[in-house]
Design a protein around this ligand. Structure first.
Ligand code: A3P
Length: 325
């Protein structure tokens, strides 16, 4: 029997079990043995029970805002440094550990009947996210929100362009989406980030490999935009939350913004900021044609997936799959 100093032993161990190199956090409160050794000053009962996973540019912020208006739901605290999404499961924040995540869900943040939720729109297509999320939140309800992937790609391009992305500012949308594999790497990377999240069925299958279809709710982002009260009505039933809120009373169409916004009394509205509902020129016809063809196999697979799990096929998907154009 041979042995070695601790560090050398650890090296050996991870050579044998490379799959364990990255941690996978579970909920300490799920196992009585773990709960017993979990510090008295820590908690875990407030971990989110609902995750809004995106993808980006589908209306995820509007959805988050509407959910936060519900008295039965409590969003995570905002990050004091970034004020942005937590993005725990998909990037290095995960390596900061469970304590880091729990700080955004302190025990006193919600009243006992409230359900906590979190929205990070990059979860949808994050490689490791479904597995990590399921390890920590196996009973969570997962909400995805989908719009035409072509529109999503264009909105995303406009979004990062306005954030000063150099590559996006140097190349037109058409050049980005049609870049081939011999194009410069920054252009290919941008193309992939622009187009890949729109391969919805691919990513949904990964979520469905971890979560049962009963835990997954798919929102039609076009409907959320045009008829948010109806969408929120169905969503409340899926989440089984009460009281049932009539969002027709909470939301009001703001003609200036061109979107539904929070009604704040005296006929006034509180809308999302300038970065949501941006004004930009319409997509070029040739780009729309290219994307319609590009996404056809992915949209076909999405339509089959939705039928398989007993969900309606949204109008935008029917339109994308129609033969004209
Ligand atoms: P555009 O700015 O391209 O129009 P996300 O929050 O996931 O980044 O999505 C942003 C998109 O949400 C916006 O894209 C906008 O079209 C859409 N959206 C849907 N409902 C909205 C609302 N009530 N207010 C503002 N934007 C909304």
């Amino acid at each position: 029997l041979a042995s070695a100093p601790p560090l050398a032993l650890a090296d050996k161990y991870f050579q044998l079990r490379p799959d364990e190199l990255n941690p996978l956090w579970g909920n300490p409160c799920d196992d009585i043995r773990h709960r017993r050794i979990w510090s008295k000053s820590k908690w875990c009962g407030t971990l989110p029970k609902v995750l809004v996973i995106g993808p980006q540019k589908t209306g995820s912020t509007a959805l988050y805002t509407f959910l936060a208006m519900h008295p039965a739901l409590a969003p995570n605290l905002l990050s004091p440094t970034t004020y942005e999404e937590l993005q725990f499961f998909n990037n290095n924040n995960y390596l900061k550990g469970l304590d880091w995540y729990l700080n955004f869900f302190p025990p006193n943040m919600s009243n006992t009947t409230q359900i906590t939720f979190e929205k990070s729109a990059t979860y949808f297509d994050g490689d490791l996210v479904p597995r990590r999320a399921h390890a920590l939140l196996p009973n969570a309800k997962i909400i995805a929100i989908l719009i035409s992937p072509s529109k999503r790609a264009y909105s995303w391009y406009q979004h990062i362009r306005s954030h000063g992305d150099v590559v996006a500012n140097n190349y037109t949308f058409h050049t980005v989406i049609t870049a081939n594999d011999s194009a410069p790497k920054p252009l290919r990377d941008l193309r992939n980030r622009c187009l890949n999240p729109g391969k919805y069925s691919h990513y949904l299958e990964r979520w469905l490999a971890e979560y049962s279809s009963h835990q997954l709710h798919i929102i039609d982002g076009s409907l959320l935009r045009s008829e948010p009260a109806g969408v929120m009505n169905t969503l409340q039933k899926f989440l089984k939350i009460s009281p049932h809120i009539d969002y027709n009373k909470l939301l009001k169409y703001d003609a200036k913004k061109g979107f539904f916004c929070q009604a704040v009394g005296n006929d006034r509205t509180k809308c999302l900021g300038k970065s949501k509902g941006r004004i930009y020129p319409p997509m070029e016809e040739r780009s729309a044609k290219f994307l319609k063809r590009y996404y056809t196999p992915h949209n076909t697979a999405l339509s089959k997936l939705l039928v398989r799990i007993g969900r309606p096929v949204p109008q935008w998907l029917k339109d994308e799959l129609s033969s004209n154009g």
